[in-house]
Design a protein around this ligand. Structure first.
Ligand SMILES: O=C(O)CCC(=O)C(=O)O
Length: 333
C-alpha cells in the first residue's frame, strides 16, 4: 500500500514528486556513465540501459513499483523510454496532452475508489533543476480537464499562472500521468539538464508500436526487468495487488515486490493467443535465462533477438500535437 496522501496528491494534481530517492553514489554512477557514453549535445538520448546497471535498476526501483502497480495496473509494462539532456538555452517543449481531447492510451480515470492510468511517466532527475531554471512544466489538474488547453498556453505565449514549473533536485522523481498537460520551459541554467524518463502502460495497452528490445539488452536484465519489455496483451488473470499488510512507506519487502511483478513474468498460454503480428515476434521456448514464474508450469518463453520491424510510423516519443504556430516563451509561476 502507498501512503493515502500520495494518492490524494496524484489524483488532485496529476503528478507526484518523490524526493531524494537516489543517493550520491547512484547519481555519480549514472552521471559518469552518461559522460562516458553521451556527453554534451546529446539532447534526447537512448541506449542507456546498456551503459550501466545503475540505469537498469531504475526500471523496477522498489521506490516506484508500488505506485505503478497501484495506479496503472499490477501487470504494468514498460512502453518506451528515453533521456533528456538539455543544453543551456534549449527552447521550450510545447505543452501537450490533457484529459480533453480524450486519448485512448493516455487516459486518467477513477472508478470505485481506484485510479486507472494509461501511459504513466517516471522522470528521474540526474542533476538539479532549481526554481526558475526551466525544465518540466505542467498544468496541475489538467488530467481531469473538460476543455482543451488554449493554444497560447500550450506554446507558452501566455501563462495566466496555471502553467507551473516543477523543480527537482538530483535524485528526485516525478511520477505523472501522460494525461496531464505537460512539456518543458526553456532551459536557462548554466549546466546541462539530465533526466531519464520511463513510460509505463497497463499490461494490455501500448502507446508505442511494440518492437523487440535491442539485442544483448535482455541478457543484462533480471527476469522481472525483462518481463517489463513484453508486448501488450489482454489478460483474464484476476488482479493481484500488493497485500494490504504492505508497509506504507519505504521499499517494499522483496517478497511483496516479487508478488507485484509476478503477474508480469510471462503467461505463455496467453501470449501465444495474441493476434498477429506479436506472436510472430516471439521466439521458441528456451533457455536458462528465460523468465521464471512461480505461478505457471507452462513452458517458458523469452523474446528473440531478431531486429525490430521497421516502418514509417511516428517515433514513440513524438507526442506533440500537430499545432500551427509557436509563440515566445512567457513567464512562469
Ligand atoms: O521533462 C520534460 O522536459 C517533459 C517531458 C515530456 O514532455 C514528455 O514526457 O512527454
Amino acid at each position: 500500500m502507498i501512503p493515502p496522501e500520495h494518492t490524494y496528491l496524484f489524483d488532485l494534481q496529476g503528478y507526484l514528486v518523490l524526493e531524494g530517492i537516489l543517493g550520491a553514489q547512484d547519481l555519480a554512477r549514472l552521471n559518469e556513465a552518461f559522460d562516458e557514453h553521451a556527453g554534451p549535445g546529446s539532447d534526447r538520448f537512448r541506449g542507456y540501459l546498456e551503459w550501466d546497471e545503475a540505469y537498469r535498476r531504475l526500471l523496477d526501483h522498489p521506490a516506484i513499483v508500488p505506485y505503478l502497480a497501484e495506479w496503472i495496473d499490477p501487470a504494468f509494462r514498460l512502453d518506451h523510454h528515453y533521456g533528456i539532456a538539455s543544453e543551456p538555452g534549449k527552447p521550450a517543449h510545447e505543452l501537450h496532452l490533457g484529459a480533453t481531447p480524450h486519448h485512448r492510451s493516455a487516459y486518467y480515470d477513477v472508478r470505485g475508489g481506484r485510479i486507472y492510468c494509461g501511459l504513466t511517466v517516471v522522470s528521474w532527475a540526474l542533476r538539479d533543476m532549481s526554481p526558475g531554471q526551466g525544465g518540466f512544466a505542467c498544468i496541475p489538474g489538467s488530467h481531469k480537464a473538460n476543455f482543451s488547453c488554449p493554444g497560447d498556453y500550450a506554446t507558452f505565449a501566455r501563462n495566466p499562472g496555471c502553467v507551473v514549473e516543477l523543480p527537482q533536485r538530483a535524485g528526485d522523481v516525478i511520477i505523472f500521468t501522460e494525461a496531464l498537460t505537460h512539456g518543458a520551459f526553456p532551459w536557462t541554467a548554466a549546466h546541462q539538464r539530465r533526466s531519464v524518463l520511463f513510460k509505463y502502460s497497463p499490461g494490455h495497452l501500448a502507446w508505442a508500436d511494440w518492437s523487440e528490445p535491442p539485442a544483448g539488452l535482455l541478457d543484462l536484465l533480471t527476469p522481472a526487468q525483462r518481463s517489463l519489455f513484453r508486448p501488450p496483451y489482454v489478460t483474464s488473470a484476476r488482479e493481484r495487488r500488493p497485500p494490504a499488510t504492505a508497509p506504507s512507506t519505504g521499499a517494499p519487502k522483496a517478497a511483496q515486490l516479487a508478488q507485484t511483478l509476478d503477474l508480469c513474468q510471462g503467461h505463455p498460454g496467453r501470449t501465444v493467443a495474441r493476434p498477429w503480428p506479436y506472436t510472430a515476434r516471439l521466439g521458441p521456448c528456451s533457455s536458462a535465462s528465460a523468465p521464471r514464474t512461480s505461478a505457471s508450469s507452462c513452458p517458458r518463453r523469452r523474446f528473440t533477438t531478431s531486429p525490430p520491424a521497421t516502418g514509417s510510423r511516428r517515433r514513440a516519443d513524438d507526442e506533440r500535437p500537430r499545432r500551427a504556430g509557436r509563440g515566445a516563451p512567457a513567464g512562469r509561476r
